[in-house]
Ligand binder design. Structure first.
Ligand SMILES: CC(C)(COP(=O)(O)OP(=O)(O)OC[C@H]1O[C@@H](n2cnc3c(N)ncnc32)[C@H](O)[C@@H]1OP(=O)(O)O)[C@@H](O)C(=O)NCCC(=O)NCCS
Length: 169
């Protein structure tokens, strides 16, 4: 349990539609603060679809409100998102999003705390993430430091300016 009656559980493939709906609410509104329309037009179609491999990974989670509505999602993998590379002790933060009605109420932090606990138990000692520009303050608050600016390549030729960040866990 976390603040505001939010609870965290591992996602399953059955959450696919609800997670996609959440991402379609969250990303266009919250990312508009940091990106040009032209960048979002090319990248949002790919970022606002739930990823089946993550949903069934066991290390991707949803945050539910007290009514059972899915109001947040996010997780971690051993695989680096762009290359699939695996390195001992290293985990990668993946596809975080929180519904616009629920931001700044601790849902993102609650999902991250679950990631942290499960990853530590699985022998992970360091997390990296490719943060959206608007997400940097969130990851900084969780203890991540900026390694540099990068362009994350999307299917369809879009590129998303992002911040490569890391944290010792
Ligand atoms: C980034 C995101 C997941 C944060 O979720 P959230 O549930 O609002 O975050 P929390 O309430 O747990 O915030 C934890 C801390 O992070 C920091 N933080 C979060 N959002 C912030 C913002 N917009 N500006 C500054 N600091 C912020 C604060 O220190 C906050 O603690 P506080 O509210 O007590 O001050 C959410 O804003 C989101 O979905 N953004 C759009 C999608 C996105 O960019 N995802 C990241 C992809 S890499």
């Amino acid at each position: 349990m976390a603040s505001f009656g939010i609870s965290i559980r591992p996602a399953t493939l059955a959450d696919s539609d609800a997670v996609s709906a959440l991402l379609r609410d969250s990303y266009p509104t919250l990312m508009r603060r940091a990106y040009d329309r032209s960048v979002l037009a090319k990248t949002l179609p790919f970022m606002t679809v739930a990823q089946p491999k993550l949903l069934e990974s066991g290390s991707y989670y949803v945050a539910e409100s007290s009514t059972g509505a899915i109001i947040g999602c996010g997780g971690w993998t051993r695989e680096r998102p762009d290359t699939g590379e695996v390195m001992a002790g290293l985990g990668h933060i993946r596809h975080f999003g929180v519904h616009t009605d629920w931001t700044r109420r601790g849902a993102g932090r609650a999902i991250y705390t679950r990631c942290l606990n499960d990853a530590r138990n699985a022998g992970i000692q360091r997390f990296e993430c490719y943060s959206s520009l608007n997400g940097e303050a969130f990851y900084s608050a969780l203890g991540f430091v900026r390694l540099g600016l990068i362009e994350v390549e999307m299917p369809g030729g879009g590129h998303l300016p992002s911040v490569h960040m890391a944290a010792k866990i």
